[in-house]
Unconditional design. Structure first.
Length: 472
């Protein structure tokens, strides 16, 4: 909750526990179709046919109804074409998009914040049709074989398609998705021996990749430019064995006095597996000067910074300079309640993409079976401590002892959860604020400094080795 006398409105956290009409039915239809992809649609069995029918019935009343019913019928007979698979992928995406919209509308109702205008569709370009057709052909073969039928011969069919797509700027987005998807499948071959299949994830990647082969779907979003003050709230750090991404969530105040809005700025870079913990910031800082301001608790002044309609800043240091000190909790209490949430592009409407900045205080914490919860009036909100990065001073213990939290409201496993970005707590009888990105700009903390030094040594060695290889 945010008390009125501290500058914000009242967050109706109790609304987050109320059921949403039709949500379970939508997700059940998606799950039924996803199960059909496990064994493949070359020779569908009764259970797979039922999954196809469930998907078709779920969209029967909408504009896709007739086309999806036709596609589901052909797929049930093992005669689906590439266009039929596109129709099925579109239906699945539409259902998850409706779930996203319903869940987001509930969050908007709970926070009381306005939403941004719907993004303008990008102009449709003319990428090479033969390459898009080749990508669709490979994805159709995947659907026919199913996840249990993948092998190295099938998965390797993506390589020439990706190689041909990468030189085309308009096709790099689907090319990167296909490349990553194929690599993930290759690491899991043969599918017949898999003990666990990431059913939802692979179906997500498959359907998204198929839709990106449609004309205009992979176009770069329309961008504008903004001038004003950027007030960081916190950073979401996502680490992969070979890559790391930092996404800063912030409030932007236009210089012309317009209404504040929520925006994001991010950077993603490859990383060696020897760089971990606080050393990750060394890889990210050269690509996003905002991290230094975040670590120092400062705002940034933007001039003509490119931004998409979805609120993503296309970061460029030439459009930014460091500003005055800015306390994230003051921003959360005073400015966040009136900031407009960004709209979401059609293909990005998915429950897993929900990450809404919120401010919570006045809660009590409780933990049972390793699960931490914030108890608010009318609502016990689960806390996702697994997302806390090791590259910062914010720990589960600090969250459990906190009295106020800036976090990202997410939806996972059928319920809303909060991912802490920063908390106010007491350390040695002193009130302190701990941020997940507290070491983003550098640190004097012993553990953080040790990790930074180890990362410096590792990167230096790798650069020397790379230099020797290039000279040979």
């Amino acid at each position: 909750m945010v008390p009125d006398d501290q500058g914000g409105g009242l967050m109706r956290a109790d609304l987050l526990t109320e059921g949403i009409a039709g949500l379970d039915e939508v997700l059940s239809a998606v799950d039924a179709f996803d199960q059909a992809l496990i064994a493949g649609l070359l020779r569908p069995q009764a259970a797979q046919t039922a999954g196809l029918s469930a998907l078709a019935e779920a969209v029967a009343a909408g504009p896709l109804g007739a086309r999806v019913a036709e596609a589901a019928g052909k797929a049930a007979g093992g005669a689906a074409s590439e266009d039929d698979f596109v129709a099925l992928a579109a239906a699945r995406t539409a259902l998850l998009g409706s779930a996203h919209d319903a869940l987001t509308a509930r969050v908007t109702e709970a926070t009381g914040r306005p939403r941004g205008e719907e993004p303008v569709p990008p102009s449709v370009g003319r990428p090479p049709a033969n390459l898009l057709a080749a990508a669709r052909s490979w994805l159709a073969d995947l659907a026919r074989s199913g996840w249990q039928g993948i092998d190295h011969d099938l998965v390797s069919g993506a390589a020439p398609v990706v190689s041909a797509m990468l030189p085309e700027p308009a096709l790099r987005r689907p090319a990167m998705l296909l490349d990553g998807f194929a690599a993930e499948l290759a690491a899991s071959c043969p599918g017949a021996t898999l003990e666990r299949i990431p059913v939802r994830r692979w179906a997500d990647l498959w359907s998204r990749a198929l839709l990106l082969t449609l004309p205009g779907a992979a176009e770069v979003p329309v961008t504008g430019a903004v001038t004003g003050r950027l007030l960081p709230l916190g950073v979401d750090l996502q680490e992969h064995p070979t890559a790391v991404q930092a996404q800063v969530h912030a409030v932007f105040e236009p210089a012309d006095g317009g209404a504040p809005r929520l925006v994001r700025a991010g950077a993603a870079v490859p990383k060696p597996d020897t760089v971990v913990g606080a050393g990750l910031w060394q890889l990210l800082r050269p690509h996003l000067s905002l991290l230094a301001a975040l670590g120092e608790g400062r705002s940034m002044d933007l001039t003509g910074m490119p931004v998409t309609a979805e609120g993503d800043l296309v970061w460029s240091d030439e459009h930014a300079r460091q500003g005055e000190p800015a306390d994230a909790f003051a921003t959360a209490r005073v400015v966040l309640p009136t900031a407009a949430d960004p709209a979401t592009a059609p293909l990005d409407r998915h429950p897993s993409r929900i990450a809404v900045p919120v401010f919570l205080e006045g809660y009590t914490t409780a933990g049972a079976d390793g699960t931490l919860t914030f108890s608010l009036p009318g609502c016990d909100l689960a806390v996702d401590t697994e997302r806390l990065p090791a590259a910062g001073p914010l720990t589960p213990e600090a969250v459990a002892a906190s009295g106020a939290c800036i976090g990202l409201l997410r939806w996972d496993a059928g319920a809303y959860r909060v991912q802490p970005l920063a908390v106010e707590t007491t350390v040695r009888k002193k009130a302190v604020a701990l941020h997940a990105g507290g070491w983003a700009g550098g640190t004097t903390d012993k553990a953080g400094a040790k990790a930074e030094k180890a990362a410096t040594d590792a990167v230096t060695v790798l650069r020397e080795r790379a230099g020797r290889l290039l000279r040979k």
